[in-house]
Ligand binder design. Structure first.
Ligand code: SF4
Length: 458
């Protein structure tokens, strides 16, 4: 009963956030950096920020997460962190020998106003960046935006620093996957391979944060997109960006820089969003959809129709990242469920408009909030109870207090495994998602059923 003091009465709040439904910008930037092969993320700020960001990622992926820090002390906090960053660049290249150092800032270095590109130029002039190696950067002040903003910024930096237009088009499609699991990135590559399409997925954390146990620690696992491949993104036939917020800015930057046309779609979560993704891929690459993908789609439809009676009319409360929620709300309402309370911690008025558009023909009331918090979500649930809660690990307190089935999804998930290995994107991902939702309902039905209606076949 950890949240028993959450009041049912809702008061207007502007200056106070209780239990934010987001994490800080550098976490997203650090995650994106790990999707470049042999990249060493670097946090330009104090040690505490870096320790928190690394531990959040390590706890979610259950893998060691490497990162350096400029280790600000009182001196650098007052006079700026130039000397620390110069020394860090020198040390990292000397000791850890990465291909790329990806620097992101923190609240502290942003407040001081450190000019990271100027410091990187100085490092280059002083010979601290070995030939053929790179230092890229993104500004990630965490008092605005969220981990999604930081992710989006770092992906855009990959375009700014690496994409080149050689004048020779390559028969390949860029996929910007958004802040999704390594399993999802792997699934996107599998779908494209099944369709016979050569792709560049960037960033790509598969093979980095879902790597197998071999008994030997590898500082740089074999996964991640290489710098050489990243450079070719400017020659691709087109880009499919998945998620307006996380992937849209990089796709637009690539179009502006190298004239690579882009399609910005929602994350392919559920039937309709995956249909749109497959269709965009088919058109962009000029291929037809193979029977194997049709078969996966048919299997998904089979599950959804077989079990429709269990989904129908069930009320759901959701919180998480905007790109995920937009597609998830569409999927849930497509299968007859009622997403009634929806909160994202990431700011942006377009989110609320988009959700209301998706649900405009529905006859139930919807509470939706961008830049909201989990406290507000809990209050909404107290006033209008739901049958299911979907969100990250922090939702477990509400689920326990209100005795609601709980589906863990999004970032972070600290107390369960599986997300790194089993996708939720694509038709196969939607099958798994439907299975997990269904299991949550059926487990609850079994738990609560009186003996005379405790069914063997459901
Ligand atoms: S000080 Fe800023 S960057 Fe550092 S952990 Fe806190 S919110 Fe994140």
């Amino acid at each position: 009963m950890l949240l028993r003091h959450t009041a049912k009465e809702i008061a207007d709040r502007e200056a106070l956030v209780v239990n934010p439904a987001k994490t800080c910008q550098p976490i997203g930037a650090m995650y994106a950096s790990l999707g470049i092969h042999k990249c060493f993320p670097h946090s330009h700020g104090s040690q505490g920020c870096c320790a928190y960001h690394r531990s959040a990622l390590s706890r979610h992926y259950k893998e060691p997460v490497i990162a350096g820090t400029s280790s600000f002390t009182e001196g650098s906090s007052v006079f700026g962190g130039q000397a620390n960053l110069l020394e860090a660049i020198n040390n990292i290249f000397t000791i850890y020998d990465p291909e790329v150092i990806a620097v992101h800032t923190t609240c502290l270095s942003e407040t001081i106003g450190d000019d990271v590109p100027q410091i990187v130029n100085k490092a280059q002039e002083e010979g601290k960046v070995p030939k053929g190696k790179y230092v890229i950067h993104v500004n990630t002040p965490s008092y605005v935006g969220s981990h999604i903003t930081g992710f989006s910024g770092m992906v855009k930096s990959m375009v700014t620093y690496f994409a080149e237009n050689s004048g020779k088009r390559q028969k390949q499609v860029n996929i910007i996957p958004g802040f999704v699991e390594p399993s999802d990135m792997r699934e996107l590559k599998r779908i494209c391979a099944e369709m016979g399409i050569k792709t560049v997925v960037f960033p790509d954390t598969s093979g980095v944060l879902d790597s197998p146990q071999t008994g030997r620690y590898q500082l740089y696992p074999k996964g991640g997109v290489t710098v050489k491949t990243l450079k070719t993104t400017g020659d691709s036939m087109g880009t499919i960006a998945l998620g307006q917020l996380a992937s849209g800015p990089a796709a637009k930057a690539l179009d502006a820089k190298c004239k690579v046309k882009c399609e910005i779609l929602g994350l392919p979560i559920g039937l309709n969003a995956t249909d749109r993704f497959i269709d965009a891929l088919r058109k962009m690459a000029g291929v037809s959809v193979p029977e194997s993908i049709d078969e996966e789609r048919g299997q998904l439809i089979d599950i959804l129709t077989d079990m429709h009676q269990y989904f129908f009319n069930k009320k759901v409360a959701l919180f998480g990242d905007p790109d995920h929620l937009v597609s998830l709300v569409e999927f849930l309402s497509d299968i007859g469920m009622k997403p009634v309370h929806i909160v994202t911690g990431t700011p942006g008025a377009k989110f609320e408009t988009r959700i209301r558009e998706i649900l405009k023909d529905k006859v139930f009331d919807v509470n939706v909030r961008a830049a909201g918090d989990v406290f507000l979500l809990h209050q909404w649930i107290k006033n209008a109870p739901v049958d299911l809660l979907i969100g990250n690990t922090y939702g477990k307190y509400i689920a326990r207090d209100e005795d609601i089935p709980f589906l863990r999804m999004g970032f972070p998930v600290f107390d369960r495994i599986g997300h790194s290995y089993f996708p939720t994107l694509g038709y196969k991902g939607a099958m798994r998602l439907a299975e997990r939702i269904l299991n949550a309902f059926l487990d609850r039905q079994d738990r609560d059923a009186p003996e005379e209606s405790f069914e063997l076949v459901m």
